[in-house]
Design a protein around this ligand. Structure first.
Ligand code: FES
Length: 164
């Protein structure tokens, strides 16, 4: 019912009913959107926020692939596998200054950091700063057939070469 100008009460017309239905639909739509948004937020909150990194242990080839002077860079695992005097060893490729990834320059025989200019020799020793420490030596193991496995999470003493 609605009131006319002179105080008379008039029955609701079809126009009023459709406006009421429209407003009701808008209200229901707003409620549905709010509930859906809240549900999505809760689902997103419940999803585990885990940073998946590649495994630290990886196959690095055969021991015969690393005669003295060989330097192989494994970009995925950020490591160098190096054929040294009498054996094989591996270095972390992560610069000890601020963590940039270094690159081996075969023409100069040095490992250089592109960020602030640190340079390391092929044994990981600092030859030019600002890197404060040598590149860490990381574990290399060989199975009975001579297949190498490197583990970037295991730091070993500097100079511990896997004998060929
Ligand atoms: S991060 Fe390598 S020199 Fe700064």
């Amino acid at each position: 019912m609605r009131e006319a100008d002179e105080g008379m009460v008039l029955p609701l017309g079809p126009k009023d009913a459709s406006r009421r239905e429209f407003m009701s639909q808008v209200g229901l739509g707003a409620c549905a959107l709010t509930i859906a948004g809240a549900a999505l937020t809760v689902l997103d909150f419940m999803e585990p926020k885990v940073l998946f990194e590649p495994p630290t242990e990886f196959k690095a080839g055969h021991i015969q692939d690393f005669p003295e002077g060989t330097v192989k860079f494994d970009e995925e695992h950020r490591a160098y596998i190096i054929g040294g005097q009498g054996g094989v060893f591996a270095l972390s490729a992560v610069c000890t200054h601020l963590g940039c990834i270094t690159r081996y320059h075969a023409d100069e025989g040095v490992i250089a950091c592109p960020c602030h200019g640190s340079r390391f020799d092929a044994d990981g020793n600092v030859v030019h700063g600002p890197a404060p420490r040598p590149l860490p030596w990381i574990e290399v193991k060989a199975d009975a057939e001579g297949n190498l496995t490197v583990d970037t999470s295991v730091v070993i003493p500097h100079g511990k070469v896997l004998k060929v």
